[in-house]
Design a protein around this ligand. Structure first.
Ligand SMILES: C[S@@+](CC[C@H](N)C(=O)[O-])C[C@H]1O[C@@H](n2cnc3c(N)ncnc32)[C@H](O)[C@@H]1O
Length: 327
C-alpha cells in the first residue's frame, strides 16, 4: 500500500510541477524588488492550474492562500480591489499555490484552522479536524451543558486537541485528560491548549493505547465521568477510495482502523470498562456502518460492562456517533 501511495504522490507532484511555471505576474516583477503587484494579476492562471489538479472550491482555496500570504484572516478579505503583494509575497503565494496543486491540504498550507469557536494550529502529520467532528462535539456539548457538577473527561487519540479543547472552551466545569500516540500531535495539542489559555484544565500524555496498557502509569486506577474518542476508523480496504489530501498527507496511524474499522475502537471500549465510573458515558465518532455493529458488539461481548445507549446521525443522515454507558 505504501508503494502505491508513493507512486501516486510522485505522479501528482510531477503533474503539478509540469503545470506550474513562473506566472506572468512573477515574470513582470523579476527585476524590481520594490514593485507591487495587484492580487488580481497574481491570481491569473491559478484557477486553471488548480482545476487541472482537481482541487475543489478553488475560489475559497485561493482566498485562504492570499489571506495567509498577507497575514490576514480569510474572512477579513472581502475584496481583492486595491490589494497588492510585494515581490516576496508574490513568490510565497506562488509557492503555496504549487503546494495546493500537489494536493497538500489547505489547512496545512494555511497553518491554522477554525474548529467550532476556537482556532487551532495545524501541523504536518497531525490529523486535521473534520467538519463532522464539529457536529459530534456540538452534540456532546449540548448534552453536558445541562450538567452543573464537575466533569472529569478522558479523550483517547486527541490529535490537535480539537475535540477536548472545543469542549473545554464551551464548558467551564469540564477538565480533560488526553492520550495520543503521535509525539507531534501530543506537542501540538499542548501548544493549542496554551494558545487558547485552557492549559489549566487540559493534560495530554504521549501514550499508545494498547491491550492491557490503555493509559499511562500515572493514570492507573483513575475513573472518569466521560470518555470521548474519534479513533482511526477507516477500514483498510477503503484506503484506495480516499482523497489524495488524506492518503498522501495524513498520518496512516490516524486513519487505519483495521479490517472492520474498529481495531482502536475496541481498545477504547476496553479502556472504558476499566476507567469509567458506573453510569459514566462514552461518546465515539465512527464510520457510517459502525453504530449498528457496535450495538451488536455491546450486546454480545460487553454485557454487564458497557451498554449501548444510542446512535446518532450526522447532517447527511449517516449513522456516525455512538453513546455508551458503563453499567
Ligand atoms: C482520527 S484522528 C482524531 C484526532 C482528533 N481527535 C480529531 O478529532 O481531530 C485519531 C487520532 O488517534 C491517534 N491514535 C491512533 N491510535 C492510537 C492509540 N492506539 N493510542 C492513542 N492514540 C491513537 C492518532 O494518532 C490520531 O491523532
Amino acid at each position: 500500500m505504501y508503494k502505491l501511495l508513493f507512486q501516486q504522490l510522485r505522479q501528482i507532484s510531477r503533474t503539478a510541477t509540469k503545470q506550474v511555471r513562473p506566472t506572468a505576474a512573477l515574470a513582470t516583477t523579476q527585476n524590481n524588488s520594490e514593485e507591487k503587484i495587484d492580487v488580481t494579476k497574481a491570481l491569473e492562471g491559478w484557477d486553471e492550474k488548480l482545476r487541472l489538479s482537481e482541487v475543489g472550491d478553488i475560489e475559497f482555496n485561493l482566498k485562504c492562500i492570499v489571506a495567509k500570504v498577507l497575514n490576514r484572516k480569510f474572512n477579513t478579505l472581502n475584496t481583492y480591489h486595491n490589494v497588492q503583494f510585494n515581490r516576496e509575497q508574490l513568490k510565497e503565494f506562488e509557492r503555496l499555490c504549487e503546494a495546493r496543486c500537489a494536493r497538500m491540504p489547505l489547512q496545512h498550507i494555511v497553518g491554522e484552522w477554525d474548529f467550532m469557536d476556537i482556532t487551532l494550529k495545524t501541523a504536518p502529520t497531525v490529523f486535521i479536524p473534520r467538519p463532522e467532528t464539529e457536529e459530534f462535539v456540538s452534540k456532546v456539548i449540548s448534552v453536558y451543558r445541562n450538567v452543573m457538577e464537575p466533569v472529569d473527561m478522558l479523550e483517547v487519540g486527541c490529535g490537535s486537541g480539537a475535540m477536548s479543547l472545543a469542549i473545554l472552551h464551551a464548558l467551564p466545569n469540564v477538565k480533560s485528560t488526553a492520550v495520543e500516540r503521535s509525539k507531534a500531535a501530543t506537542a501540538l495539542a499542548w501548544e493549542n491548549a496554551k494558545r487558547l489559555n485552557l492549559q489549566d484544565r487540559f493534560k495530554v500524555y504521549n501514550h499508545t493505547t494498547a491491550e492491557n496498557d490503555y493509559l499511562p502509569k500515572e493514570l492507573e486506577g483513575r475513573k472518569f465521568d466521560l470518555i470521548i474518542s474519534n479513533p482511526p476508523y477507516v477500514k483498510t480496504e477503503e484506503f484506495a477510495l480516499l482523497q489524495p489530501e488524506v492518503k498522501l498527507y495524513e498520518n496512516l496511524n490516524a486513519l487505519d482502523g483495521g479490517p472492520d474499522g474498529l481495531r482502536i475502537a475496541r481498545l477504547v471500549f476496553d479502556c472504558g470498562c476499566l476507567h469509567l465510573k458506573p453510569g459514566g458515558k462514552m461518546w465515539m465518532e465512527l464510520g457510517s456502518d459502525h453504530p449498528q455493529l457496535v450495538q451488536t458488539i455491546m450486546d454480545t461481548q460487553y454485557e454487564g460492562r458497557l451498554r449501548f445507549v444510542k446512535g446518532y446521525k450526522d447532517q447527511y443522515k449517516r449513522n456516525r456517533f455512538v453513546e455508551l454507558e458503563k453499567v
